[in-house]
Design a protein around this ligand. Structure first.
Ligand code: HEM
Ligand code: HEM
Length: 194
């Protein structure tokens, strides 16, 4: 079994991946929730905005896979010793939920996009540079069949994004509580340093 670090910190790679993924997800939540307003106010900009959203979301999937692989060989530091048993259980449970949602939310978005009946006329090109693939299962379906899966995965994408927001609120509230109310050096654990 790989050893836990004794300095009470995550490794620099884990810290870099945590914050890159966090920025990508927060940006996509913020922009995603604004799509309807953008489409109403500036219909000419919606295509580029959704294209950037897809590019960032697929990048997040890659970064989360790297993060999980890294975690297998490099577990985080032991939990803060002052945590009460229920706090430890809750924070670990929320971390597991976040890992699950960090993959399910963008994967549902990607499946939603893969079943888009107009997809053939709008190829997926990450950051307008890297041609990317869609899941091929839907390509042989009728338009009605594609609509069915497009709506279903769109619904999953939206609902899981809201659950992610809930988990994130708990996560940030926990980090702020331990740092400022309990006086624990919490943020330092997820930042660079020796
Ligand atoms: C979408 C955004 C975020 C996601 C998905 C996320 C996810 C996670 C996950 C899964 C862990 C557990 C790491 C592990 O043990 O493998 C973690 C740890 C941590 N996160 Fe976040 N996080 C996000 C945003 C934030 C924000 C905004 C803060 C600051 C308030 C924060 C502060 C921390 C801290 C301090 C830890 C270390 C917890 C410990 O002491 O073990 N995170 N995060
Ligand atoms: C970081 C990961 C992601 C997050 C947090 C996220 C979040 C969101 C949110 C909150 C919405 C608005 C939902 C609504 O108002 O109903 C949305 C919409 C959308 N997302 Fe994502 N998303 C992510 C990744 C992806 C990926 C990877 C794709 C496709 C490759 C994608 C495709 C879409 C599309 C096409 C919409 C517009 C939905 C519609 O009205 O048809 N998303 N996303």
């Amino acid at each position: 079994m790989p050893e836990r670090p004794l300095n009470g910190r995550y490794t620099s790679i884990a810290v870099a991946l945590h914050w890159l993924v966090a920025i990508g997800i927060i940006f996509n939540l913020w922009k995603g929730l604004g799509f309807d307003a953008l489409e109403a106010a500036h219909p000419d900009q919606i295509g580029a905005a959704v294209g950037l959203h897809k590019s960032i979301g697929i990048t997040v999937i890659g970064l989360v896979i790297l993060r999980v692989l890294w975690k297998i060989g490099h577990p985080g530091p032991a939990p803060l010793p002052a945590l009460k048993p229920w706090e430890r259980k809750l924070s670990t449970g929320v971390h597991h939920l976040l890992y699950l949602l960090m993959l399910v939310v963008p994967l549902a978005g990607w499946l939603h996009d893969s079943a888009w009946k107009a997809g053939a006329a709008h190829p997926l090109v990450l950051f307008r540079v890297i041609p990317w693939f869609r899941f091929p299962f839907f390509s042989g379906l009728s338009d009605a069949g594609k609509d069915y899966w497009h709506d279903l995965f769109g619904g999953v994408h939206t609902i899981t994004a809201y659950v992610l927001i809930g988990a994130l609120v708990l996560h940030v509230a926990g980090a702020l509580k331990h740092q400022f109310l309990d006086g624990q050096a919490q943020f330092r654990r997820m930042w660079f340093g020796r």
